[in-house]
Ligand binder design. Sequence first.
Ligand code: DMJ
Length: 527
Amino acid sequence: MPFNICQRKLFTALGSRPQGMESNTITDSIFFASLLSWRRTVIVQGGDDADPDVRIKRDHVKSMMKHAWNGYVQYAWGANELRPISRKPHNDSIYGSAPLGATIVDSLDTLFIMGMMDEFAAARDWVENDMNLDAANVDLSLFEVNIRLVGGLLAAFALTGDNLFRQRAEEVAERMLPAFDNVTSIPNGRINLSARTSSGGWPVLAEWGTLSLEFNYLSDVTGSGVYRSHIRRIYETTINLMVNMDGLYPVNIRMRKNKTKFDDDDTRIHWNNFDKYTLGAAGDSFYEYLLKSWLQSGKTDENSLSLYLQAVNGVFKKLVRTSKQSNLTFLVEIEYEREQSVMGHLTCFAGGLFALGGKALGLERHVELGAALTSTCHQSYVRTPTKLGPETFEFTNDLEAEADKNGAKYYILRPEVIESYFILWRLTHDPRYRLWGWEAVEAIEKHCRIPTGGYSGLRNVDNEKPDHDDVQQSFFLAETLKYLYLLFSDDSLIALDQWVFNTEAHPLPIKGGVNPLYRPASASQFN
Ligand code: DMJ
């Protein structure tokens, strides 16, 4: 049964005009207009496709989630990730040995959306009773903590309205704030959640540029402006001091104090640009969050939109290329003014991003670029013997969307290619995207499924005999399986005009009346 929150909300709202709002013609029309805008149902569970064959495929994806989850529960419960072959916890991941249950928090919304409510209840119980930030006495990536923990908890809060998730998200975020005790608005890249300290200097573009969705939403649901104020300083002040190349930003920036003969403590800032420009690793989600911040704001955040449009113009001008052999569209990277014709699996998110932006803005050229990049990423999968794509692939006189013989041929269960299939499917309903998604399901089942529980990445996608890396990444449950499940669902389930996905595929509601699950603190009488 679809979980129809809209009707319950409307009923509550109709019985209770907000306190302090007097009745007159203007306020009446605002009040009832806002109720009308709530009339559209928000579907967060269910959403079965009308076609029985598609329903069978979706059931299969759900069974994959069960298999992935059961392996983790059995052999790694409470640890960050699972080593499915060794059948023990994986402690060398981004969170190291900090017992932060990354797989549990990253999986909350996937479990909920799939209707796996017993598993969801166990996960919630862990978040309530066992998630111990004081035990995380280690330097962690600000970016990873934000996208997986804060993003995962906020999405769980939005979907369920359960205040536990908001409280825990705020606890984590509040311990991230020392990273902003910096001379500039760019935060330090490392935080210690237990000691409440930060270190590491400036992180790369994609790290400091991937905070806005979570921080803006946090401010709205907690009523605390501190999170939004940090984002404002970055995007409304600091970014204007940065050199850019046609709207594209270098992945590495450095700050140094200006030593003068008058004052050794002069804190004026000089910006050095280390010029690698890329939509791949270290750059990717900076661009993603520009578009999505505009979407999340209900299309009112003009500053983010303007930065996004400038960046896509830069992409067209500087980065889009076509392969010689089969006219495949790809994106180059520019490093110290030299072009590298290499794309990463990570870069494949850009297909979905450009299509999403193009559709929202009525820019067909952007949608076409997104579709063309998604086809190229599909080629990176189907040209390998395993039908799973390598970490990086090249375009040379001899190679087209394939890894070089010394290249990075591993596949670590990443989501980006499937993410773009999902977005393109929702926007175009071209059946090829479901076909390609199903090809990926079959390949993952054949090469990555470990019979005793869980899924493993591969060391080399060119080896038909599996060479497992023995790691089930938490983003496999957060992203890869969620996007596959939604690919085989009806459009109404987590509708794209009501939700934006953070870069870890955690859906956050869109502001401005289209999604009653936004749950701002100021409207808590409706929650
Ligand atoms: C995830 O943590 C996120 O998607 C991030 O943006 C990039 N890396 C992984 C998945 O590949």
